[in-house]
Design a protein around this ligand. Sequence first.
Ligand SMILES: [Zn+2]
Ligand SMILES: [Zn+2]
Length: 99
Amino acid sequence: MLKIYYYFIYNKLGGTTMKCYVCAKQGVDKDAVAICIVCGMGLCLGHAFKEELLVKDVIDWGFGEERIEYPHTLPRFICAECKLAREQRIRVTKGKSQT
Ligand SMILES: [Zn+2]
Ligand SMILES: [Zn+2]
């Protein structure tokens, strides 16, 4: 009986279910469906960004290299903050590409 009671409390507090960090900051209780690969925060469907990474290989044939891009991409989840931070870095490196 006591065990069931504790289980109920545990569940009411969220239990093992991870919550969306962005929503929690705004006082919204929403379950996380993904985790940001960079910072590790829990994200709901609305706050998770899915990126598709190309799977590439370079094969050295001896007389030249062949670059292969495979049809299936690697999915990964990222939050808005990390996405922004990453994109800003890409922009900076692109601008400095003359060096
Ligand atoms: Zn959210
Ligand atoms: Zn993140």
